[in-house]
Design a protein around this ligand. Structure first.
Ligand code: HEM
Length: 488
């Protein structure tokens, strides 16, 4: 016998039904949000809003956003929902420019949730603005071209990142099972639970916060933190210096700034002092460099090689440039030699257009904001999303967008289009801090390979790429099979 009804089962079913109805009403009411504001929006469905396929791992989030972008053709922005959270996808390049740069004070957070109980989460990409600003000022001098030139060694992605970031030799090229590749893979090819968590951190931060989902790094946390702590201790004890990020981060930890840069004097305000960048933050930051630089650059190298294999004419033209420049540098792949390869720059730019490793940018509205030339007020807390697939594949900006054409990046073509329709590294104060390093290591990898080998498709090489729906970063769902043929 139940308290109100005949049996406990009937009471349970009734209570559950009432809860579902209450939830449904709550969602239905929330889903009127954009309508009430007079903003065009994509009709959401209960309970995931417009991002269900991505949260459930059935569709790549980059593609979900691309479709929304296409649906909003002719409009400056479109509203949508991630579960209960209203988001605004912005299409208009002029409005994008304002959000990223001029009106940055109203959008200074990225709006991604990562639990700060996990020490590795305390890194630039995820910090909220109060801490981010100070950290960004400290870290910027570590990425100047002078510093990169000093660190530069001709190695490939994992090795470069590991060498410059961690000060240890990873030997990933000769040993594909090296410990770094192993841990790198654990970060980027996580299990189901971690991958759902990672998607929620980006797609639905409030739910991730509610569920206290820590982000994907807990599994790898102790390995990286111990490695960095041992490394720092060894260097400090034995007075070892190497020209790498760890050196620079140790300087920040001990002195509060990086020596030898203009910024040292310009920006060392009273906030930039020793002691507010402890070892734990140093570890988080170097781990951040590892994760931000590992997959992004290797994806760009793979994408470039894939397109070059499919376009023999472009590959020959590039190899001709590489051969000519390297001849002048006695075969040495130096920083200056890479800088002289202008066609290489176009090829990499076009690869980043078609395959932006992070195919969206996000910001959170941090104070009510009236969209210029409209009556729409964006409320504090609203998520702002910019679809890079949308912009980079928009035929209005890039005619015949599926075609791989490095000439889109000739000075003339670049001058003919709006600068905010091509944003593989983002822009504004949150722009990728590792842009120069990412480009450099991608180019070094390509030059190393293409100076010795040509690349060809095999019968198994796919013609239509699809993306791994469980990942936030762009990763092909299939293996990219290519044949390398030694050049004579
Ligand atoms: C081809 C390589 C790379 C691509 C395409 C790429 C792309 C991006 C993008 C799109 C953002 C977001 C920018 C925004 O929101 O406006 C970003 C942020 C960031 N990237 Fe990269 N990245 C690359 C390589 C690297 C490397 C090598 C590092 C470090 C060693 C790095 C470190 C970071 C950090 C720390 C942030 C956060 C910056 C901030 O919020 O202040 N990235 N990157």
């Amino acid at each position: 016998m139940g308290v109100f009804l005949d049996g406990w089962l009937a009471e349970l079913v009734t209570a559950l039904s009432l809860a579902v109805v209450a939830l449904y009403v709550r969602f239905h009411w929330r889903y009127q949000y954009w309508k009430k504001k007079g903003v065009p929006y994509d009709e959401p469905t209960f309970p995931f809003g417009n991002t269900g396929l991505s949260i459930l791992g059935q569709k790549f989030y980059g593609n979900v956003l691309h479709e929304l972008y296409k649906k909003a053709k002719g409009k400056r922005f479109i509203g949508f929902f991630s579960i209960l959270r209203p988001l605004l996808l912005v299409r208009d390049p002029e409005l994008i420019r304002r959000i990223l740069i001029k009106d940055f004070p109203s959008f200074h957070d990225r709006g991604v949730f990562l639990d700060d109980e996990e020490p590795l989460n305390r890194q630039l990409f995820f910090l909220s603005s109060a801490e981010w600003r100070n950290r960004r000022v400290k870290l910027t001098p570590a990425f100047t071209s002078g510093k990169l030139k000093g660190m530069f060694q001709a190695r490939y992605t994992t090795d470069v990142i590991v060498s410059v970031g961690f000060g240890v030799d990873s030997d990933c090229q000769r040993n594909p099972d090296s410990v770094f590749r192993h841990w790198g893979r654990r970060v980027f090819a996580p299990g189901l639970k971690v991958s759902i968590g990672a998607r929620l951190n980006f797609i639905s931060p409030p739910l991730a916060d509610f569920l206290r989902i820590k982000g994907g790094f807990t599994e790898v946390s102790s390995f990286f933190r111990k490695m960095i702590a041992d490394n720092v201790e060894y260097r400090e004890k034995n007075k070892v210096t190497r020209k790498d990020f760890i050196d620079l981060l140790i300087q920040i930890k001990n002195k509060g700034f990086v020596a030898g840069d203009k910024l040292e004097n310009e920006k060392s305000t009273e906030k930039t002092v020793a002691g507010d960048f402890p070892l734990e933050d140093l570890a988080a930051e170097s781990f951040g460099f590892f994760i931000a630089g590992f997959e992004t650059s290797s994806t760009t190298i793979t994408a470039s090689l894939y397109e070059l294999a499919m376009h023999e004419d472009i590959q020959s033209k590039l190899q001709q440039e590489i051969d000519e420049v390297l001849k002048r540098y006695d075969g040495n792949i130096t920083y200056d030699a890479i800088a002289e390869m202008s066609y290489l720059d176009k090829v990499v730019s076009e690869s980043l257009r078609k395959y932006p490793p992070l195919p969206f940018l996000n910001r959170e509205c941090t104070e009510p904001y009236t969209i210029p030339d409209s009556d729409v007020v964006v409320d504090k807390g609203t998520g702002i999303v910019i679809s890079l697939f949308g912009l980079h594949y928009d035929p209005e900006h890039f005619p015949d967008p599926e075609r791989f054409d490095p000439e889109r990046f000739s000075e003339e073509e670049k001058a003919n289009r709006h600068p905010y329709v091509y944003l593989p590294f983002g822009d504004g104060p949150h722009i990728c801090i590792g842009m120069r390093l990412g480009l450099l290591q991608t180019k070094v990898g390509l030059v190393n390979l293409l100076s010795k080998c040509s690349v060809q498709p095999t019968e198994k090489t796919f013609r239509n790429v699809t993306y791994n729906a469980r990942n936030i970063l762009l990763l092909p769902a299939q293996v990219v099979e290519l044949r390398f043929v030694k050049r004579s």
